[in-house]
Design a protein around this ligand. Structure first.
Ligand code: AN0
Ligand code: CP
Length: 320
């Protein structure tokens, strides 16, 4: 595997889930694969889980790991061609990327949406430059539009906890004070569409996800109705994707606290599990009692980030 961005990059999803279960039985069984190989993890944005779980995954496989926080200690990077670099940016991405490629065998990159320009974000301008110019396999650690390591971990978690062959999974928008990217809901929708689940998306009007990710998934604007009989509730805030009104891209259009996932919402489900990728703002997205309940899977989900990253790095090492 040379690029890990979309669910299709894993090929057969059942086989990938079986591989994840195999890795989970003994996460150190492939130590020899990574000997004398180096993973470089580049962060343009903050992270707790992705940073730790991906580093751990690389170590499980016997790799060496270098982590670079671009905004702490590296030169400030220009990303546009044609710019006269007389400002505060000392280096261009077009030199920095191949240089980074010299020191590693695989590269992971986190670079969030900037919300400056929908087209640039949805064309994955930054990550595509890493793919093109690094000369290395590249895996997405949350890009402008996708967070596949999270979605893979979420699917592993659903596989582990489902109580029926085809569970009802609901992706629910929830309120948040700041504008957040669409990467997590985009990938979650893409992966659920590929998995064997009954998938429903619920959000206020104006928050329609890009058709490229949401596909033909059922959209229900009445959140309570969407929750009825659900087996898994996956809460997440996202800012306006700008599908119907491009001028609203990246804006916070709604802060309606009626969408916060609380006990009354959970009561209409089929004793559903609660999921969130974290970090989560309590009593905005979800109430204390729901996230602390026995039905909350937020910690097992985070733990499975190590498993999804181990499978992805293993696949990349096998293709070197
Ligand atoms: C990010 C987001 O919503 O995409 C990262 C989530 C994994 N969250 C924040 O920036 C708070
Ligand atoms: N879920 C997730 O990716 O968390 P971090 O932003 O802390 O890496």
């Amino acid at each position: 595997m040379r690029v890990f961005q979309n669910v299709e990059d894993l090929g057969d999803l059942r086989a990938a889930l079986a591989e994840a279960a195999e890795v989970k039985k003994d996460r150190f069984q492939f130590q020899a694969l990574g000997r004398n190989k180096t993973a470089l993890l580049i962060f343009f944005n903050n992270s707790l889980r992705t940073r730790l779980s991906t580093q751990k995954a690389a170590m499980n496989l016997g790799m060496n790991v270098i982590v670079l926080d671009v905004n702490q200690g590296a030169w400030k990077l220009e990303t546009e061609r044609g710019v006269v670099m007389d400002g505060d940016k000392s280096e261009h991405l077009l030199e920095a990327i191949p240089v980074m490629g010299c020191y590693c065998d695989v590269i992971g990159v986190r670079s969030f949406a900037t919300f400056e320009n929908r087209k640039d974000d949805y064309e994955e301008k930054i990550l595509n430059q890493f793919i093109r110019y690094s000369g290395r396999p590249v895996f997405f650690m949350e890009s402008a539009t996708v967070h596949p390591l999270q979605a893979f971990a979420d699917l592993i978690t659903i596989e582990e906890y489902k109580r029926k062959p085809r569970p009802k999974v609901v992706l629910s928008w929830a309120p948040h004070p700041k504008a957040l990217p669409q990467a997590v809901p985009n990938s979650f929708a893409q992966w659920m569409n590929a998995a064997d689940v009954d998938f429903v998306v619920t959000h206020p009007e104006g928050y329609e996800l890009d058709p490229k990710f949401v596909g033909n998934a059922r959209v229900e604007y009445d959140q309570m109705k969407a929750f009825e009989g659900a087996d898994f509730i996956y809460a997440k805030n996202w800012s306006c994707p700008g599908v119907t009104r491009p001028e609203d891209y990246g804006k916070v259009l709604n802060k309606d606290m009626g969408w916060t996932v609380d006990a009354a919402h959970m009561a209409v489900t089929d004793n559903a599990y609660f999921m969130h990728c974290l970090p989560v703002r309590r009593n905005m997205i979800v109430t204390d009692d729901v996230i602390e309940s026995p039905q909350s899977l937020v910690i097992p989900e985070a733990a499975n980030r190590e498993i999804s990253a181990t499978v992805v790095l293993k696949r990349m090492l096998e293709s070197l």
